[in-house]
Design a protein around this ligand. Structure first.
Ligand SMILES: Cc1cc2nc3c(=O)[nH]c(=O)nc-3n(C[C@H](O)[C@H](O)[C@H](O)COP(=O)(O)OP(=O)(O)OC[C@H]3O[C@@H](n4cnc5c(N)ncnc54)[C@H](O)[C@@H]3O)c2cc1C
Ligand code: SF4
Ligand code: SF4
Ligand code: SF4
Length: 394
């Protein structure tokens, strides 16, 4: 019986299941819907390959060649609006498609989030915008390996632990593989997300498409937004009210292993790291337009060469890496005091409205905060007030 990572450190990357040629490992959801490996002893031949592919029980660091930091905005304003921050990922991915390659990322389908590969420019839209739910890797690592072996360029994007899982699964480096990770403070529960979708469909039967970081009210006032089948917006709210945003931002249903995360250190396993830039006004005032800017750190020569190819699609400004590297590499968080067992039991037992009302009620205070923020936005003061509050806090 192989010794894989236990639940406190298993990040659910699926490297072990992808590795097992005997089909002895099935990724199985726990009470939160988080996938964990289940080994079928009757199929296992004890070859040990799954253990070698597990990033959680091996060292993660690889030396990085360089460290350069950039602020990036896609020149195509539609792409930037659809993206979480500045749309840097689409520009990077496009340069791989331009050379006949294939791009892997997280997309939403049937109320869940999955990793898939795409080779057409128009399909890159599927990856735009963060999905704040753990994505299911399914057989993506196997597919990536087959493309690499066939000498195809591959861009693989995901959370830092997913990049580590892929690298361990592959077991050797490939010149034709580019990896892009997102800074990730934690990944929330797929099962609670399923219930959030159920709640939304009860309230809004026409709800079809969810955007986790909709920028209608600007980058600094991101909202969760639902659209109907005709693309009409039917719901918009932010973290004062929206149940999912509140659970996510208050760390109420994160994967346990995120509190033991070792994948966001330095040196990084990826070629490029991307994340939100909320302080463009300090770092580069001419890019401060409240439409979104991506922070980018390039760790390898390969990453730099791909970013150079992507530069004709973006506005880019190199900044001193010391100004941003801490935000990309320091991941130390205390687990909040939280009766997780009761929370998940309730999630399974209670009516969906009662469950969310118990844990994230839409109180009078929450409504007042939401309305105040909206009014500030309407009179054009939202960003200014937000910055004053941010400055006072820091
Ligand atoms: C779960 C999660 C937590 C995050 N936490 C933070 C944070 O705390 N602070 C911060 O500054 N930034 C965080 N980010 C990163 C940020 O939201 C943006 O991804 C980043 O700013 C890049 O934006 P972009 O406009 O360049 O790319 P976009 O066009 O928005 O591209 C999104 C990229 O993210 C990937 N992605 C989307 N959803 C998932 C998912 N569920 N799992 C794996 N990969 C996914 C896509 O494959 C694609 O590569 C987080 C992202 C995710 C997915
Ligand atoms: S030890 Fe080998 S056969 Fe057994 S589960 Fe792991 S990879 Fe599969
Ligand atoms: S390979 Fe990934 S999914 Fe499998 S045990 Fe290790 S961390 Fe968990
Ligand atoms: S916090 Fe760490 S372990 Fe959790 S999803 Fe992000 S990279 Fe993976």
């Amino acid at each position: 019986m192989p010794k894989l990572a236990d639940k406190t450190i298993c990040c659910g990357c699926s490297a072990c299941a992808n590795k097992c040629a005997k089909g002895a490992i099935v990724m199985t959801p726990d009470e939160g819907g988080f996938l964990n490996p289940m080994v079928n002893n009757s199929l296992c031949v004890e070859c040990g390959l799954c253990e070698k592919a597990c990033p959680a029980i091996g060292p993660t660091s690889e030396p990085t060649a360089i460290q350069r930091a950039f602020l990036i905005q896609h020149k195509d304003e539609t792409i930037r609006r659809q993206s979480t921050s500045g749309g840097a990922f689409t520009a990077i991915a496009q340069s791989i498609i331009d050379e006949g390659g294939i791009v892997y990322g997280a997309c939403m389908k049937d109320g869940g989030v999955f990793h898939i590969g795409v080779e057409r420019t128009e399909d890159l839209a599927l990856f735009r915008n963060s999905k704040y739910v753990q994505s299911d890797m399914k057989g993506a690592f196997k597919e990536v390996k087959a493309h690499l072996a066939a000498n195809r360029s591959v861009c693989f994007s995901g959370t830092p632990c997913q990049i580590a899982g892929l690298k361990y699964y592959l077991g050797k480096s490939y010149e034709n593989l580019l990896t892009v990770d997102v800074v990730c403070h934690a990944i929330p529960s797929p099962y609670i997300f399923e219930r959030y979708v159920e709640l939304t469909k009860k309230r809004l039967p026409n709800a079809q498409k969810l955007v986790f970081r909709d920028k209608k009210r600007g980058y600094s006032y991101s909202t969760m937004a639902w659209y109907d089948a005709n693309g009409k917006n039917i719901y918009r709210d932010s973290y004062e009210i929206d149940e999912w945003y509140r659970l996510f931002l208050h760390d109420k249903c994160d994967r346990s292993s995120c509190y033991a995360c070792k994948y966001q250190n330095q040196p990084r396993m990826s070629d490029i790291t991307i994340w939100d830039c909320y302080n463009a006004h300090d770092l580069c005032p001419e890019m401060d337009d409240n439409k979104g800017t991506t922070n980018v750190i390039v760790w390898t020569e390969k990453g730099m060469s791909v970013l150079d190819k992507a530069k004709h699609d973006v506005r880019s400004k190199e900044i001193d890496v010391r100004l941003t590297i801490k935000a990309a590499t320091e991941h130390k968080r205390e687990r909040p005091e939280w009766d997780e067992a009761t929370f998940y039991k309730d999630a399974h037992d209670m009516q969906v409205e009662d469950f969310f009302n118990k844990y994230v009620p839409r109180t009078f205070k929450a409504h007042v905060a939401s309305v105040l923020r909206y009014l500030l936005w309407r009179v054009g003061l939202h960003d200014t007030v937000r910055r004053i509050i941010q400055k006072r806090r820091s």
